[in-house]
Structures are given as C-alpha cells and as structure tokens.
Design a protein around this ligand. Structure first.
Ligand code: SF4
Length: 332
C-alpha cells in the first residue's frame, strides 16, 4: 500500500518518458501529450515473434467499455483504467528514424498497425502520425500490412493505401460490433457510428483496398445473436468487404474494472452471469466459443465472405484475436 509520505515509485523506461511528456492540449476531459519514442516498430514474443507491431498513439479516446488495451497504460504506471481514454500520448514522429526502422524489415515481414490503440482515433485529425507513417510505408515493397480501426477517418488515407497496396499486401480491418446505433453508442461511446464505418468500408474498397469487417468482441446476450451478427456481415458484404470474423469477449482484470460497472448500470440483469463467467478466467470457457465460431462460419458462408484474414490476424483459432493482440503489448 502506498502512503502519502512513501517515496514515489521509481519510474523507468516508458513510465519515465510518459511522466516527463509535454502536455500538447487539454480537451474536455482528454489531455494530449507528446511521447518521445526510441523505437516505433515493436515485435511480438513467443509464437508471435514473427509479427511486428506499430501503434502511433498510446491510449484511445474512443473509450470502448470492453477495451482490452487499457492494460497498455499500466506500463506507464497509469493504473486507473479510465486514464487510457483520458490521457492520450502521441508519439513524437521522426521520419528519418522511422524510415530507418522500415528499412530493417525484410521482404514478406508482417506489420500490424493498431494492436493497442486505434490509429484513427480523434488525435489523428490533429497530429497525423498514422498518415505520416503510411507515407513512409508507400516507399516499401513486399510487406504484409494490417490496419485495425473503428474510425471512418481511415478512408481519408485511401489514396496512400492504394499506393502501398500496389507494392505490398495491405488489408484494413474495420471493427463493427453491431448495427444498432444506440447499443454502439453505449458500448463505444466516442467511436464513429456504425453507418459511418460502413461508408468507410465502401470508400476503401472502391479505392481497391481490401477490407475485412470484424464484429469483435462478441458479448453474450448483448451482440451475439445470429440476427445481429448476420446484419453486420450482410452490410459488410454489401459495402464491399471480402472477409468477416467475430470472436468472443476477453476480459482481463483491467478491462473488468470498466466493463462490469458498465453492465451494472446498463445491463444489470447480466451482471451475475458475467461475474460468474469471468471470475476465474479472462476467457469464456465451455461450449460458447465453439458455438460462436460455428455461427460465424455459417453466416460467413451464407454471404460468401470466404476470404479469411491471415491465419493469426486477427482471429487465432487457438488464442482468440484479443489474446493475440494482448500477447503483443510488451512489444510496444
Ligand atoms: S477503439 Fe480499440 S483501442 Fe480504442 S478504446 Fe475501443 S477497443 Fe480500445
């Protein structure tokens, strides 16, 4: 336990850099900081070692109630999970250093953009870091690049993505958990409406950029009905997406600290069941994951969405997509 007269914890590494970052702007309850970054491109560990990761920001203003990435702020000694959506760190972009890192990648290497934050969150409108990074990617060849976002702002960069796709493999993964606007507003308070995300799917595919739609996470008795998933898949196909996936909710303790109070407020009848399911494990166990996988397979087949994302991206049959992403945090 920390008492008032205890010495403050010694900050090292990313926590020290975060503590000394300059405030760029304070907006409503959100503060933007500039974060000095030694290395932009991280690397997974264990079986994810072959995957490189890139996160232009730390923290995410969209504030999804189920967000598993809140854990990433704990590396900066920011333990209150709500600070993840209120203190946003924009990485200080150094084009020459970034290009030097890109040159060290090999032909065929895989880079995932947006594994622990949304690269097109509101901060991107101001700081354009994702855009600048993509401009650098346009000078590369032979990379396998995935971008995950919940924002229609991604369509702004359709032209540069087309240039990247001419010389690399590129796929954008738009997350759409539900088409119900009211439910989306509850679950993902500051993310763009599902209709705007679908419009972005259409713009990107018209520009020749391959798009997947992800209905992650699938939350029991909230967005897991066949009808709900089918509506998302049907709309994705109608707007040009060529793949669809959906995997069950994964709730680490840091995510539970936001998600369970949210349930108490908005879905009180579900609290007991969720507490029981997630009390001992961050994963849903039993027949549920297999049932959802079968449901999604059938929906995908009905809408001929048979293009599957790369085996580990973003759905791993063994770990589930969120665990794969979680396994990559240490590389940020
Ligand atoms: S968009 Fe992604 S990173 Fe941002 S709050 Fe939502 S789940 Fe977390």
């Amino acid at each position: 336990m920390l008492f008032d007269d205890d010495p403050p914890p010694k900050l090292i590494g990313i926590a020290r850099l975060a503590a000394s970052s300059d405030v760029l702007e304070a907006k409503r309850q959100v503060e933007y900081f500039e974060l000095e970054t030694r290395r932009f491109i991280g690397r997974g560990s264990g079986r994810m070692r072959s995957i490189y990761t890139l996160n232009p920001y730390r923290g995410c203003e969209f504030g999804c109630k189920y967000c598993y990435a809140r854990y990433a702020h704990e590396f900066m000694e920011l333990r209150d999970p709500l600070l993840f959506e209120r203190k946003i760190y924009a990485k200080q972009f150094r084009p020459a250093a970034f290009r030097a890192e890109l040159r060290r990648l090999k032909f065929g290497d895989t880079v995932w953009i947006g594994t622990a934050t949304d690269p097109y969150q509101p901060a991107e409108r101001r700081f354009n870091i994702t855009r600048q990074m993509l401009e650098a990617f346009a000078g590369e060849r032979g990379l396998d690049i995935g971008i995950t976002t919940k924002s229609d702002l991604v369509a702004r960069d359709a032209a540069v993505m087309t240039r990247i796709a001419n010389q690399n493999k590129l796929r954008v993964h738009l997350t759409i958990t539900t088409l119900d606007e009211r439910l989306a507003r509850l679950l993902e308070p500051l993310a763009p409406r599902p209709a705007l995300r679908l419009a972005a799917v259409a713009k990107l595919t018209e520009a020749g950029v391959p798009v997947s739609v992800l209905a992650h996470p699938v939350m029991p008795l909230i967005n897991d009905s066949e009808a709900s998933l089918e509506r998302v898949c049907e709309a994705a196909a109608r707007n040009g997406a060529t793949s669809f996936s959906a995997a069950p909710l994964f709730l680490q303790p840091c995510a539970q600290r936001v998600f369970l109070p949210f349930l108490e407020q908005r879905f009180p009848h579900l609290v007991r069941r969720y507490r029981e399911r997630f009390e001992k494990s961050a994963y849903l166990k039993g027949h549920y994951p297999a049932m959802i996988a079968e449901r999604v397979d059938q929906i995908r087949a009905r809408h001929k969405m048979m293009d599957r994302p790369a085996p580990e991206w973003p759905v791993s049959p063994v770990l589930g997509d969120q665990m794969v992403l979680f396994a990559l945090y240490s590389a940020k």
